[in-house]
Design a protein around this ligand. Structure first.
Ligand code: HEM
Ligand code: HEM
Length: 245
């Protein structure tokens, strides 16, 4: 079943139909992820480059220790959100499972390239999928999921260095020798952090761009849960909702 619209959505002013797409847990985990990643990135950069200096004895200030505490608190919170979102993949509605890459399917590749060409302004066709489209699915798989797992593993491995026989050490300690020692584990954790910055810049740009171009209330949808669909596109939308995977 084709997930690609021949029409360019949002071209004319059409009556809208609201469709409930993002359930409450998806929205909750999304904003928890957004806050935690922002806090982890900023505190992480401070740990690497402690630009603020305080007068007096370091042991009397506790500034770096406080920043590390915040980094670790956000890390635990994000770990919980990450794991619960994985569970919700199975428990949630069909949109919670949307976007999963299916490289064995030719329809998936077609949707992927339609989206890619549309962002490159090469073609005017768009995917009409209500959940994550193929391109978004690839982006989420590589960045928050894939890079996220790498960051969680390297982060907890570094965290466990003070107590290698603890739970974190037993679960992730193997990362340190695998990466070639503590220095290199720090280096990879640091490098991965910049991947998140790229993801967030492109992600927010695309969400706002899509929202304006397609008039589909995409920005609001991560708050209210509802995406709006032009009634003209409802025939396509209906098929999508049935065929969403
Ligand atoms: C640090 C910042 C952010 C991160 C790490 C982030 C991460 C993510 C992730 C992981 C998803 C997939 C959600 C899921 O299926 O559970 C997602 C989707 C989404 N995010 Fe964000 N997000 C961030 C900021 C924002 C902001 C500021 C907005 C609103 C302007 C936004 C709007 C959306 C929307 C509308 C979707 C669904 C889009 C789609 O159809 O693929 N995000 N985001
Ligand atoms: C989710 C699990 C995470 C854990 C358990 C974790 C843990 C840690 C630990 C233990 C350190 C070393 C602190 C020190 O040497 O005093 C560190 C440093 C750092 N973290 Fe994380 N972190 C996590 C996620 C993240 C994320 C998502 C980012 C960025 C988006 C990030 C960015 C950084 C940076 C830039 C550093 C400094 C690395 C250096 O140059 O040595 N961390 N983190």
């Amino acid at each position: 079943m084709s997930q690609v619209a021949r029409v360019y959505p949002g071209e004319k002013d059409q009556p809208k139909k609201l469709v409930y797409v993002w359930q409450r847990p998806v929205r909750l985990f999304h904003w928890a992820t957004a806050i935690c990643i922002s806090v982890l990135f900023l505190t992480g950069l401070y740990i690497a480059f402690p630009v603020l200096t305080t007068p007096g004895e370091a042991w009397n200030q506790f500034l770096m220790a406080r920043v590390r505490q915040i980094h670790f608190f956000a890390a635990y919170l994000w770990l919980v959100a990450y794991l619960l979102r994985c569970v919700w993949f199975f428990l949630g509605n069909k949109y919670a499972r949307s976007g999963m890459p299916r490289p064995w399917s030719s329809a998936w590749w077609r949707e992927f390239f339609v989206e890619l060409f549309s962002y490159a302004f090469v073609r005017r066709e768009r995917s009409t999928r209500l959940g994550h489209n193929a391109l978004a699915g690839v982006a989420y798989t590589i960045f928050p999921i894939g890079l996220g797992l790498a960051q969680i593993l390297t982060g907890f491995a570094l965290y466990s260095e003070t107590d290698p026989s603890g739970l974190a050490g037993r679960l992730t300690g193997w990362m340190i020798p695998l990466l070639g020692g503590s220095f290199r584990a720090h280096m990879w954790h640091h490098l991965f952090a910049w991947g998140f910055l790229w993801f967030v810049i492109v992600h927010v740009y695309i969400v706002v761009f899509d929202s304006i171009r397609d008039r589909n209330s995409l920005v609001e949808s991560m708050i209210t849960g509802y995406k709006s669909l032009e009634v003209d596109a409802t025939a396509v939308g209906k098929r999508d909702q049935e065929g969403e995977h």
